[in-house]
Ligand binder design. Structure first.
Ligand code: PLP
Length: 219
């Protein structure tokens, strides 16, 4: 059963250009499945939930880095700062300030990405495109944060139209890079999932977040 996971990772690593990082989205997977992906060469693991990641991390010590990719509630920030190496889903000043405060308490500088609601969907998290730069400036002024790029989910629409949303996210990413904000190190454009990673890479993603493509359908 783990052989399939191994085969998937090796095939994806062959198919996906070497400059594009593969994050394994582990929600709902067993520790054995996560270990199989790590054994096959996955070095970035993405967790949506605090408790799930806490359990996996304690059973899989020293297995790559963990990114938070879920929706972060303010009352979970302290735990997230303790547990994760990078937070991909920052979408408000209040959240950024809270992460900064807790990171300071742990004497850490936390790398993070701003999540962009590029499809302007009311039910989705993320900041609207026109608000990204203002949030980036605010983060740049907080000493225990290191802004490292952008993340987007993209709307659930067919591929031809999806492409324009990924391209729009890429454009904001380039603007952000060009700003050279102090304390920022803009290097990750995290977009594309199992059904959209090819399109996302075509539009400049350098990190894709894959669940189903690695582990198979979610149970
Ligand atoms: C689950 C999840 C993914 C991966 O989804 P798949 O369609 O299974 O590849 C990527 N990003 C986020 C934020 C997720 O929650």
């Amino acid at each position: 059963m783990y052989q399939q996971i191994r085969d998937n990772v090796l095939r994806l690593r062959t198919e996906i250009p070497s400059g594009v990082s593969i994050l394994a989205a582990v929600k709902g997977r067993t520790v054995g499945e996560i270990a199989a992906a790590a054994d096959a060469g996955i070095t970035i693991l993405g967790g949506n939930y605090i408790q799930e990641t806490e359990a996996a991390r304690s059973l899989l010590p020293s297995r790559g880095e963990w990114h938070f990719i879920g929706h972060l509630q303010l009352n979970k920030v302290k735990k997230a700062v303790e547990l994760f190496d990078l937070i991909q889903t920052v979408d408000s000043a209040a959240l950024a300030e809270s992460i900064n405060r807790h990171a300071g308490g742990f004497n850490k500088v936390i790398p993070l990405l701003i999540e962009v609601n590029i499809g302007r969907e009311p039910q989705k998290n993320g900041v609207l495109p026109e608000n990204v730069i203002a949030l980036a400036r605010l983060i740049s002024g907080l000493p225990n944060l290191r802004l490292s790029g952008l993340m987007t989910m993209g709307p659930n629409i067919p591929q031809p139209e999806l492409r324009t949303f990924f391209a729009a996210t890429r454009a904001i990413y380039e603007d952000l890079k060009a700003l050279c904000l102090p304390g920022a190190d803009i290097r990750f454009l995290s977009m594309g999932m199992s059904d959209s990673y090819r399109v996302a890479i075509g539009e400049g993603a350098n990190m894709v977040r894959l669940g189903t493509a690695i582990f198979g359908p979610r149970p």
